[in-house]
Design a protein around this ligand. Sequence first.
Ligand SMILES: [Zn+2]
Length: 275
Amino acid sequence: MSTLPMEVLHMFGDTIMKVVPITIVLAVVFTVLTHFWACNPGKPWWRKSEIVTDICYWFFVPLITRVVRVGLLVLGAAVVFNIHGADDLIAFYDNGHGPLAQLPLWVQAIIFLVVSDFLLYWFHRMYHGGEFWKYHAIHHSSEEVEWISAARFHPVNLFLGTVAVDVVLLMAGISPNIMLWVGPFTTFHSAFVHANLTGPSGRSNMSSPRRSSIAGITPRWSRAAIPISPARSRSGTSCSAPSGCRKVSCRTITASMASRCRRRSAGNWPIRSGN
Ligand SMILES: [Zn+2]
């Protein structure tokens, strides 16, 4: 077997070895949290509908995004900076480059989070537009949203989204060493905003980002509009109210249940986190 397939296989193995312990930690954390603060109590996350689909996405997406990210970084260095060869590429990316890499790592991490959040917010708005909705609808297809639903993405949505933003920022000079902190934070944040949790004051852990985000900066909320009525969702309609919480005591459910239901399309989903 040639070197490249072996390296890709090694990369897959390395990624899985990182994803498994993170998944176990998240599973324990959200099992405990939803035991006490479930928005829709009575059904643990592992008994949610389409759990196998979510698990497949959960483990497959990190593999494919890592390979594509590395490929684009190599391509970008060659095309933009005329850098070729493994040693030169490692030297170029290892600790970042240019003025951004001179900043303390924690400053680079903040820049990365703010800029990526801003860009992903506008990507997300784009995906809710008519032409791009077909690449994003899968992310909103869960009828029971849980932390494990966070990785459901169409490949186009992934590549023209988080992967593109990561590549642009790393090519701009940000050190990949920030991922030691940023990676766990964004993974937990993404799982958290999809989790079946009630928020402060009894509201569901979800809200329209138009209300909860300033210029698209974190936090972005993702559970805003899962279909409230299983019967209606099966028929292809969904409620337009900014809540997917089925908890009877939840303040938002009354408005949700009373709201008009209409056909599910790009336009009647509130904009929210795409990751
Ligand atoms: Zn969306």
